[in-house]
Ligand binder design. Structure first.
Ligand code: HEM
Ligand code: HEM
Length: 277
């Protein structure tokens, strides 16, 4: 079965609704002919401002809806599709509300925050559409847990075999076994790399140290090195998986605080407008 993305949900239902809302707002804006320059204070300005505010409150509500797994009001997919398209239509509604009158004030702060929330939302959609596929490609039939179990098996086998190798080589294996580390700082999670990985270091230094070995030891050395390479490969995949999970989560730490800042600025905007009316 073909997999439908949130953008195509219900044959672009929310795309059409959001498009119609934007077109309607633009048509009324062009049609209405206020005695002075259009701005937020005309009847249309108030109407569009109210619609924009309702949209923002509804978009914020998505954070609550997302966590109500037992709700029967629509599917999570449908809500997200609506969130994305109506969030985009909000830009049209709010821009027409301002009558293109922007300045250095609290009103424009709300407007700029709104644009930033929407921009981060677009980035989120980009991430949601791209990362899951990269995740399946990286993991294949495996899971992070099964990869870690295999790393454990390799560790045991490698260490046992390395006992008969020269001390320098055993030390490399030992450091790889005892120093395995995944994740940690945000930078390490997002880059998917660890420059101090003892396994990668062992792979780099191995051939230099193993060059002069002969006979049975040389054979054993090849076996252990091959295990080391397998482990290195598994660690790279595990780090890539953690990286993908981090990318899926991290942008929300921008989107949500900006959305809350928008709510604060919007409240200030509406209150100040009514005070100085
Ligand atoms: C109930 C909702 C709203 C009401 C009653 C309202 C009211 C107003 C009024 C009366 C003005 C004209 C102020 C003036 O020029 O003296 C205005 C301007 C403006 N509004 Fe709103 N508004 C609402 C929602 C919004 C929303 C959702 C945004 C965007 C996030 C927004 C952004 C702006 C901006 C940027 C201006 C232009 C300020 C300027 O002239 O420098 N407003 N609003
Ligand atoms: C002012 C407009 C917007 C507000 C106030 C807003 C607010 C929110 C909130 C509160 C959440 C819930 C986050 C959570 O609790 O995990 C969310 C999630 C999300 N938003 Fe927005 N948003 C806005 C616009 C947009 C736009 C325009 C897009 C896309 C173009 C977008 C894409 C997303 C995505 C992809 C999620 C994550 C969905 C999920 O994890 O299920 N947002 N947004």
């Amino acid at each position: 079965m073909r997999h439908y993305s949130i953008l195509e949900y219900a044959r672009f239902r929310w795309f059409k609704i959001a498009g119609a809302l934007s077109a309607l707002a633009a048509a009324v804006y062009l049609w209405h002919d206020p005695p002075i320059e259009p701005y937020g204070g005309t009847w249309l300005g108030y109407t569009l401002g109210t619609i924009g505010t309702l949209l923002i409150l509804w978009l914020l509500w998505y954070g609550v809806r997302k966590r109500r797994y037992r709700s029967n009001v629509g599917t999570v997919q449908g809500w997200l599709s609506a969130h994305v398209y109506l969030g985009t239509a909000l830009v049209v509604v709010a821009t027409l509300h301002t009558g293109f009158q922007l300045g250095w004030n609290i009103h424009t702060l709300a407007y700029v925050l709104m644009l930033l929330v929407v921009a981060s939302g677009f980035y989120g959609v980009f991430v949601y559409l791209r990362v899951p596929r990269a995740m399946t490609e990286n993991l294949g039939e495996d899971t992070l847990e099964s990869i870690l179990l295999r790393v454990g098996d390799l560790d045991r086998e490698m260490r046992e075999k390395a006992l008969s190798l020269p001390d320098t080589l055993f030390a490399l294996v030992d450091r790889s076994v005892s120093g395995t580390r995944l994740g940690g700082s945000v930078a390490r999670l997002v880059s998917g790399r660890d420059r101090d990985c003892p396994t990668a270091a062992a792979v780099r230094e191995w051939s230099g140290l193993a060059r002069r070995l002969t006979g049975d030891v040389a054979k054993l050395d090849k076996e252990v090195f091959s295990l080391l390479l397998q482990k290195n490969e598994l660690l790279a995949r595990a780090r890539r998986d953690l990286r993908h999970k981090a990318i899926l989560d991290l942008w929300l730490y921008v989107h949500v605080p900006l959305a809350l800042a928008l709510l604060a600025a919007l409240t200030a905007h509406v209150i100040s407008v009514f005070i100085y009316w």
